[in-house]
Design a binder for this molecule. Structure first.
Ligand SMILES: NC(=O)C1=CN([C@@H]2O[C@H](COP(=O)(O)OP(=O)(O)OC[C@H]3O[C@@H](n4cnc5c(N)ncnc54)[C@H](O)[C@@H]3O)[C@@H](O)[C@H]2O)C=CC1
Ligand SMILES: O=C(OP(=O)(O)O)[C@H](O)COP(=O)(O)O
Length: 337
């Protein structure tokens, strides 16, 4: 069994821990947190050994009645791989610790691409991570773009991608975030960081991205225009997407008109935390005009990178190829709406 450490048990870390627990070939060796809170209590209730990320603050857990298994260094030492899901920039600070204990590490999209040997998206470049010591699972938006671009490149060739990303201002639990009543060009400079980030997955891709932030917490929304290298009928593209396990095309009959109903559907379908691991593409929006393809897709920022982290664990350890890993992850998590 692959022993997995999770350092940083917030929005992404707690979801990765739950997904790892479902895998037939993996075990959660433990999770590390900086301070006691409701998430620490839940981790203990779930039976995850809890480690102190900051040794000087370990006493706080004891005071809160939470037993600590040891400092994070012990966890990193004992694990075969560590998933770093700490806030942006902290992963870079943790890198030397992972090197000291010779434990391969996965980082999240908030870290810089040059921190790692390779950036990762399971559908697009799984093999690049094999044997790597430092791998970055790209951000929710980059994951969402890569999953659509990979099959289009393989089937038709892509001349140019233009994407406008309407980004949620914060996650539901991020009470300190905004905007509260505004629409921000964000970043105001063009391209946004997403285009160059997608190029860490496809280094020869021509892509421009524009970002905005809006007062919403449920999901991001992408408006996508892909200039293909050939003229393709929209129905062919829909068929291509239908074969992609992490793309969900929302059928017209479902009457899902936005992120709110998508989340409601996920909850009704019994998804943990109402998570939507797939890109949600409005089927009616998939349109072609000459070589240009257009579509709208919803991206659930809190969860689409979770199966990617699970696959990246197998990739770095050389434990499976892309197809095997994606299939196992999909089956165990219940991916495929
Ligand atoms: N929330 C989102 O929508 C997405 C986030 N990401 C990326 O995932 C990473 C984590 O983000 P979130 O889970 O949203 O953050 P979060 O703030 O929800 O969770 C981070 C956790 O790490 C803990 N932490 C802080 N310093 C630490 C340290 N030194 N050692 C161990 N733990 C520490 C925090 O207390 C918190 O529990 C970031 O790189 C972010 O850019 C990627 C995709 C989507
Ligand atoms: O990586 C993300 O978004 P991004 O790709 O738009 O930077 C996640 O949604 C986290 O974004 P945040 O930096 O607004 O928390």
């Amino acid at each position: 069994m692959i022993q997995v450490a999770i350092n940083g048990y917030g929005t992404i870390g707690k979801r990765v821990a739950d997904a790892v627990r479902e895998q037939p070939d993996m075990e959660v060796r433990g999770v590390a947190k900086t301070r006691p809170n409701f998430e620490a209590e839940t981790a203990v209730d779930k039976g995850f050994p809890l480690y102190a990320a900051v040794e000087e603050r370990a006493d706080r857990f004891e005071e809160a009645g939470l037993e600590i298994a040891g400092p994070v260094e012990d966890l990193v030492d004992a694990a075969d791989v560590v998933v770093d899901a700490t806030p942006s920039g902290i992963g870079a600070e943790n890198k030397s610790m992972y090197e000291e204990y010779d434990t391969p590490a996965l980082y999240q999209g908030g870290e810089d691409a040059d921190l790692v040997d390779t950036s990762f998206n399971a559908r697009s470049n799984f093999e690049d991570a094999t044997g790597a010591d430092h791998v970055r699972v790209v951000s929710c938006n980059t994951t969402g773009l890569s999953r659509v671009i990979a099959p289009l490149r393989e089937a038709y060739g892509v001349e140019k991608v233009r994407a406008t990303l309407v980004r949620r201002g914060g996650d539901p639990g991020q009470t300190s975030r905004g905007p509260i009543n505004d629409i921000l060009p964000n970043p105001v400079t063009i391209p946004s960081h997403h285009g160059p980030d997608v190029e860490t997955i496809f280094d020869d891709l021509d892509i421009d991205t524009l970002g905005m932030k809006v007062p919403a917490t449920l999901m991001h929304m992408h408006s996508l225009n892909v200039t293909l290298e050939e003229e393709v009928d929209a129905s062919e593209v829909r068929d291509l997407f239908a074969d992609e396990s992490r793309l969900f095309q929302i059928p017209e009959r479902m009457d899902i008109d936005g992120s709110g109903k998508l989340k409601e559907y996920a909850l009704d379908a019994g998804r943990p935390r109402g998570d939507v691991w797939e890109n949600c593409i409005w089927e009616e929006s998939v349109s072609t005009v000459g070589n240009d393809l257009y579509l709208f897709q919803g991206i659930h920022q809190e969860s689409d990178v979770v199966p990617e982290n699970v696959d990246a664990i197998r990739a770095v350890l050389g434990e499976a190829d892309a197809e095997e890993s994606i299939q196992t992850t999909n089956e165990t998590m219940g991916i495929g709406l």
